[in-house]
Design a protein around this ligand. Structure first.
Ligand SMILES: [Fe+2]
Length: 181
């Protein structure tokens, strides 16, 4: 396998990652309580359609079509997203978990696009590199939006924490400790 083969392999992998997200994002949107969070998932769904199209364009530049490889990392991230969806808790706590799951996805995608764009640049595939960069820019913006939303969701969950005693209190403290930006 040479660098160009590796680029092709990563494009197939990214295509799988993005198409898996097309199915997962509507479910994350319907599981969200906060309107802003719901809208962020729906907006990212629309962007993700463009991301899939860009990967297909990148493959066609290399005279290829998606070959149906499965991105195992995205399968795992979506499985964790499903844990957030199924969380037996108040909506505010579930929203905190959903934002966390979505940010894990974004960070994975950002890393994957950076890696693939780096290889595209190294093998002088400029059109492919530019297509990857466009999506990378959108993923980065999306992560920023989620990070702002995370702060809002924490506030909502903390309000709930003060308003009511017990199980929710324990959960939000656990999640709060893991807060990272
Ligand atoms: Fe994407």
């Amino acid at each position: 396998m040479n660098l160009r083969d590796l680029l092709i392999d990563q494009l197939h992998d990214l295509h799988s990652a993005e198409t898996q997200l097309l199915d997962a994002l509507p479910e994350m949107a319907s599981a969200s309580t906060g309107e802003n969070l719901k809208q962020a998932f729906l907006d990212h769904l629309e962007e993700t359609k463009h991301h899939v199209a860009r990967i297909e364009r990148a493959l066609s530049v290399l005279r290829l079509t998606p070959k149906g490889k499965t991105c195992a990392a995205m399968q795992g991230l979506i499985a964790e997203g499903n844990e957030a969806i199924d969380l037996k808790s108040s909506g505010a706590i579930r929203d905190v978990a959903l934002v966390g799951a979505a940010r894990r996805v974004e960070h994975y995608e950002i890393a994957a696009y950076k890696a693939a764009r780096g290889i595209a640049n190294a093998v002088d595939e400029q059109i492919v590199g530019d297509l990857l960069q466009q999506t990378l820019d959108e993923e980065t913006k999306s992560e920023l939006r989620l990070s702002t939303l995370a702060d809002l969701e924490f506030e909502a969950a903390k309000d709930l924490d003060t308003a009511s005693e017990a199980p929710a209190k324990t959960s939000v403290r656990k999640l709060g400790k893991k807060k990272q930006k």
